[in-house]
Design a protein around this ligand. Structure first.
Ligand code: BES
Ligand code: MN
Ligand code: ZN
Length: 496
């Protein structure tokens, strides 16, 4: 997608569609005023009749126009007082998704002249570029005729001077949109295609393209590295496991190293504790943590952020078979902790156990992990909110603040000491399930045994990583959620 930010009156812009966002109450200055004049006063008449689409995400398409552009799409941003990054995203996504059912479109989006409250012009421009990327790609990767089409060109039109800040906001939105689409693509690919080996190959190729240091561990290396908890999960599958480490050092040697750790179960059948069909149906999404980490790493490298980041992705398939790990098995993790397997479907924590231990061994300063870890978290918070669990409140606050700034929904769950009792083992140190209640937290308590006391935040993204239904502002399937939060976190870590 080509893009540009230009200072120009809207009426001189030639495009297949001109998208005109406006807030409630309508302010009759340009670009709306000149648009109204050019359209023979129809906007004022619609306004008088109360028929302008002022509500958030409401649309009104005008076609067959005689100016430089034949079509105008009005989109409501809602009231200024309630405007946030999330509402801007939603409105722009609704508008652009309404037109990207056609290929090769050249689209112009007009920056509103009125004050958008909490939102700067830069924020608006970045959101526009991001939405331009996201709206043009759907989950129908294997349809003979795709339902969505990438934009050929996106022009952001403003009446103000295009400052270097505005230009860099556009570049930022462009890079983020691309990165989120990368995560979505990885997650939306069918499980027979997106195996641990295929994921690792894609990561290797991306690392090469973007100049990131990359190492892939194959099965013998994982054995040599004593990743026995992770290997137990992989045992039932003919697909060999992999661990990918990306190393990006944009910061100085005196600056901290942050580890981003992702669960990469490329398919979760549940193992011998087999899932029923309905629960298994979407389990290609169980590598979303790893895909989010990879998407964020590519964005961090392309933005050349002055931070040091190590990304670790544990990639396995959880399957049944004669070789599969069993209920009652005792696993010795990399850090020596012994684990009783009570349920082979609680496999994500077994993968993360060894990968987190390795992060600690690398001597990283702080850790964030992302995992589609528990159905319990979806029960607690719903499909659109991730749970945050941590052992260090200042680090958790930084992650929550980053999420808030990007408009992504994140909510902290408690980590009271008494939850530790839920996972106490009878035969080994700990067991891999904590019973029926508080399942998201007992899973986090399990992970905490492998972070060696380092400041750590666990994000359970089981709900928001994969959407069950299409809405006007977003397609069903992989969402790419929390790529933005991770990038924002790294940007803020820099400033501190
Ligand atoms: N991958 C699932 C969690 C999940 C559920 C992700 C729904 C996305 C949507 C995870 O491996 C799992 O099966 N967890 C079990 C844990 C239980 C056996 C303790 C669960 O949530 O039921
Ligand atoms: Mn599972
Ligand atoms: Zn899983």
């Amino acid at each position: 997608m080509e893009f540009a930010v230009v200072q120009s009156p809207w009426s001189q812009v030639s495009a297949d569609w001109v998208v005109v966002p406006f807030s409630d109450p309508v302010v009759w200055s340009d670009p709306l005023k000149s648009l109204d004049t050019a359209l023979g006063g129809i906007l004022a008449r619609l306004d008088a009749a109360g028929e302008l689409p002022t509500k958030l995400g409401a649309l009104l398409a005008l076609r067959g126009l005689t100016g430089a552009s034949p079509r105008v799409l009005l989109v409501g941003l809602g009231t200024v007082a309630t405007t946030t990054v999330a509402t801007i995203d939603r409105a722009l996504m609704s508008a652009l998704r309404a037109i990207t059912d056609k290929p090769n479109l050249r689209v112009a989006v007009v920056v509103p002249a009125q004050d958008l409250g909490a939102i700067s012009v830069g924020d608006f421009v970045a959101a526009t570029l991001q939405a331009g990327h996201l709206a043009g790609v759907g989950q129908d990767l294997y349809k003979t005729e795709r339902g969505r089409h990438p934009l050929a060109a996106l022009t952001v039109v403003t009446s103000n001077a295009v400052t270097p800040e505005i230009q860099s906001a556009a570049t930022r939105g462009d890079i983020l949109g691309d990165a989120i689409n990368l995560t979505r693509d990885l997650v939306n690919r069918p499980p027979a295609e997106m195996t641990p080996v295929a994921f690792a190959a894609r990561a290797t190729q991306l690392a090469k393209t973007h100049g990131i240091d990359c190492e892939v561990w194959d099965q013998p290396r994982l054995v040599q590295e004593r990743m026995r908890s992770m290997l137990a999960v992989a045992q039932g599958s003919p697909q060999p496991p992999r661990m990918v480490r990306l190393n990006y050092r944009g910061g100085g040697t005196d600056q901290p190293t942050i580890a981003l750790v992702g669960k990469g179960v490329t398919f979760d059948s549940g193992g011998l504790s087999l899932k029923p069909t309905d629960s298994m149906l979407t389990m290609k999404c169980d590598m979303a943590g790893a895909a989010t980490v990879l998407g964020a790493m590519v964005a961090i490298a392309r933005l050349k952020l002055p931070v040091n980041v190590v990304a670790l992705m544990g990639l396995v398939e959880n399957m049944i078979g004669g070789n599969a790990f069993k209920l009652g098995d005792i696993l010795t993790a990399r850090n020596g902790v012994t684990i009783e397997v009570l349920n082979t479907d609680a496999e994500g924590r077994l993968v993360l156990a060894d990968v987190l231990s390795y992060a600690v061994d690398l001597g990283v300063d702080r850790i964030v992990d992302l995992a589609t870890l528990t159905g319990a978290c979806v029960v607690a918070l719903g499909e659109d909110v991730a749970g945050a669990m941590a052992n260090d409140q200042p680090w958790c606050d930084q992650v929550l603040t980053a999420a808030k700034a990007t408009g992504e929904n994140l909510w902290q769950l408690p980590m009271f000491d008494f939850y530790d009792d839920l996972i106490k083992g009878d035969i080994g140190d700990i067991k891999n399930t904590g019973g029926r209640w508080g399942g998201a937290i007992s899973a986090a308590k399990f992970l905490q045994r492998f972070v060696g006391g380092k400041p750590w935040v666990h994000l359970d993204i089981a709900g928001p990583a994969f959407a069950s239904s299409t809405k006007p502002h977003r397609e069903a399937g992989a969402t790419g959620a929390y790529v933005r939060t991770l990038v924002e976190l790294m940007q803020r870590t820099v400033v501190k």
